[in-house]
Write a protein that binds this ligand. Structure first.
Ligand code: SF4
Ligand code: SF4
Length: 475
């Protein structure tokens, strides 16, 4: 290796080294049928300490059917060990689709003159959030295009304040995650002070040359500014950051390696890896045709990607959105996904007002169009526990404190009780009769899985208090 690759470097092109990725791809290609080496890596991964990008890439490329079966089985085992059967629920909230960037895969790109441009006023945010609370949501991811005039940081901060202040019936948004463009340390500090949960920014692609072509205009064109954003966010005090690529833009093997190198960089520099990884695939939207991009991946490869990410970074939550169909979501839940959205609207103002065709402002077409109640019921029938928990962030368990909890496997003493108590709130306040029936039976059964007797007793008491009208218990 005579090129510059340094996970500790603060320069994008050094911690995401193109040459290192190419070497890793070649290494994986050469060894994809090497049963002995793949067996050794699986042995290593069974210690739950993760794998490097190069090691994980070899598992991704593996062509041996028996080893592939082991890879999927291990991903499933890690998922069960770390996350049990809990699935955290959230919804996106689109604040504004004004955008000055030219991203060629997104209908909000500045040159799209026919899409309806909308920006929610604070009064409209109140209405949207009230609708989300009435569905039962407690955790939101806010989304806004990059536009210093229409969506300045002050607008985002004011919107966050508004969202947290809305208390409608028993509803409350208890965690606001933020997905806005790369910004300055100073602005990240302001977001931190506003009490955000995770700062999410998708890299879209780690391939610099492609990145520059896919982002021909606007501030997002600057690869280094975008790729180094998480370092600035952490410098600004944000502990929890969420990574992601848009699969379909570039070759998936390249993106997979880049994603894991980014995680390794955060761990090496800040001592804490990404809080979440999202795995969106490019979908149809307004003037965007996914077939115009050559690198689409089928469901088979998609499942393998999820499984290999799960094995490589066991402590990182994985998110899937309603871009994917119920069948696809069901499959990848097994192999590693720990958070899903439900009842989502991907347009500005879409929770209150269904849009007329000529007023459409969606960022992408939703494949899973079910209501939150239908998704919750479906999850429970599959044996999962939908969780509306937001406890860690509210108890100050973020960043390395959160990771320490995970690494000591202490998370089990918090997550299951919190999942059951927040699910109970949901069942009483928002569920349909059928969902409630299924849920009550599930809670009854899952209570017996809380190992600590004292904790179990407390949870039983709290569940009774929830029936009497009290809310917001947490460990
Ligand atoms: S992906 Fe984001 S930055 Fe790019 S056009 Fe869409 S909203 Fe704007
Ligand atoms: S206790 Fe923490 S890690 Fe567990 S579900 Fe709640 S917020 Fe997530």
């Amino acid at each position: 290796m005579n090129f510059m690759y340094d996970p500790k470097s603060m320069k994008a092109e050094e911690f995401i080294s193109h040459e290192e990725i190419l070497e890793s791809l070649a290494y994986a290609d050469q060894n994809k049928n090497n049963a002995e080496l793949i067996g050794q890596l699986l042995e290593k991964a069974r210690q739950y300490k993760g794998l490097s990008h190069r090691e994980a890439l070899l598992l991704l490329d593996c062509e041996l059917p028996d080893k592939n079966a082991e890879i999927f089985a291990l991903a499933e085992q890690i998922k069960k060990e770390f996350y049990g059967s809990r699935i955290v629920m959230f919804a996106p909230l689109y604040l504004s689709n004004y955008c000055v960037n030219g991203c060629v895969y997104c209908p909000y790109h500045a040159k799209n003159k026919h899409i309806a441009r909308k920006k929610l006023t604070q009064e409209e945010i109140v209405r949207e959030v009230t609708a989300l609370q009435d569905m039962g949501h407690k955790r939101l991811a806010i989304e806004a295009g990059e536009d210093p005039v229409n969506n300045p940081i002050e607008y985002i901060l004011e919107s966050i304040k508004t969202i947290y202040s809305i208390k409608h019936k028993n509803g409350a948004i208890r965690r606001v995650n933020v997905n806005i463009a790369a910004t300055t340390v100073e602005n990240y500090r302001k977001l931190k002070e506003a009490g955000i949960g995770t700062y999410i920014l998708f890299q879209e692609t780690y391939h610099k040359e492609s990145y520059e072509k896919l982002h021909p205009t606007g501030p997002k064109h600057n690869y280094a500014w975008h790729t180094e954003a998480m370092d600035r966010a952490m410098e600004g005090g944000i502990d929890d950051v969420g990574l992601g690529v848009l699969f379909g833009l570039e070759r998936y093997r390249y993106e997979f390696a880049g994603l894991l190198m980014h995680a390794e960089h955060l761990e090496a520099v800040h001592g804490v890896g990404p809080h979440t990884i999202s795995v969106p695939r490019i979908k149809h939207a307004d003037d965007i045709d996914p077939s115009a991009f050559d690198n689409g991946i089928d469901d088979e490869i998609f499942a393998k990607l999820v499984a290999c990410i799960r094995i490589a970074v066991p402590y990182t939550g994985m998110i899937i959105s309603t871009r994917e169909s119920p069948a696809c979501r069901e499959r990848v839940l097994r192999y590693g996904i720990s958070q899903i959205s439900g009842g989502s609207r991907t347009s500005v103002g879409g929770y209150v007002a269904p849009e007329e065709d000529d007023q459409k402002s969606e960022q992408f077409d939703v494949s899973d169009k079910r209501t939150l109640d239908e998704v919750v019921c479906w999850l429970m029938k599959l044996g999962y526990i939908p969780s509306f928990c937001t406890a860690c962030y509210r108890e100050g368990r973020t960043g390395d404190r959160f990771m320490a909890l995970c690494k000591n496997m202490q998370i089990h003493n918090c997550c299951l009780p919190n999942a059951l108590m927040t699910l109970k709130e949901y069942l009483i306040d928002y569920a349909s009769p059928e969902t409630r029936k299924v849920g009550e039976q599930l809670i009854e059964k899952e209570l017996t899985h809380i190992p600590n007797e004292k904790v179990r007793g407390l949870v039983i008491d709290n569940l009774k208090s929830i029936e009497l009208g009290k809310r917001d218990f947490r460990f």
